[in-house]
Design a protein around this ligand. Structure first.
Ligand SMILES: [Zn+2]
Length: 157
């Protein structure tokens, strides 16, 4: 099924987050877990705002922001929430807080979102490592080579 999705648009993330949250609710009967899962699975993409604002500044235009993100127009992607390190941290916090439902919900919301993004754009696992991207100074061409190639192809067309 995944290969038919050419890019993870927000509506796919809304659908997948709602589905995963529904399954969590069925398993654990926790509204707070389901709600934090669906919200975090959607709003993890808020980290694009920081990268956009850093490059283009203000005033912030929503349409321009969306166009820029989907045409891969940002040259440095900090992409801070899309990181295995954040996921590990969330897992540890969930563990030490004795699996507090809303924290587990964020862990699963972020987790499934990052895995879907990774499967979908076909980048290497290391692309979702914050430390690795940092080492590449967050340069888009170096950290997202597949997306960068797609961008070139679209320009040629
Ligand atoms: Zn994402």
């Amino acid at each position: 099924m995944l290969k038919y999705i050419t890019e993870m648009k927000p509506q796919y993330h809304v659908a997948s987050s709602a589905l995963v949250a529904g399954i969590l609710y069925l398993l654990f009967k926790s509204w707070s877990m389901a709600l934090s899962c669906v919200l975090s699975g959607i709003f993890i993409d808020i980290d694009h705002v920081y990268d956009y604002a850093k490059e283009f500044g203000f005033p912030f235009k929503v349409r321009d922001f969306i166009n820029t993100v989907y045409s891969n127009g940002i040259s440095r992607l900090t992409f801070v929430f899309h990181s295995w390190e954040i996921l590990l941290l969330l897992g540890i916090i969930a563990w030490v807080t004795n699996w507090t439902p809303w924290i587990v919900g964020i862990f699963i919301g972020f987790g499934h979102h990052i895995v879907l993004d990774k499967l979908n754009n076909g980048e290497r696992l290391r692309t979702y490592s914050f430390v690795w991207r940092w080492g590449k100074q967050f340069k888009f061409e170096a950290t997202f080579p597949n997306d960068a190639k797609k961008k070139m192809r679209n320009k040629v067309k």
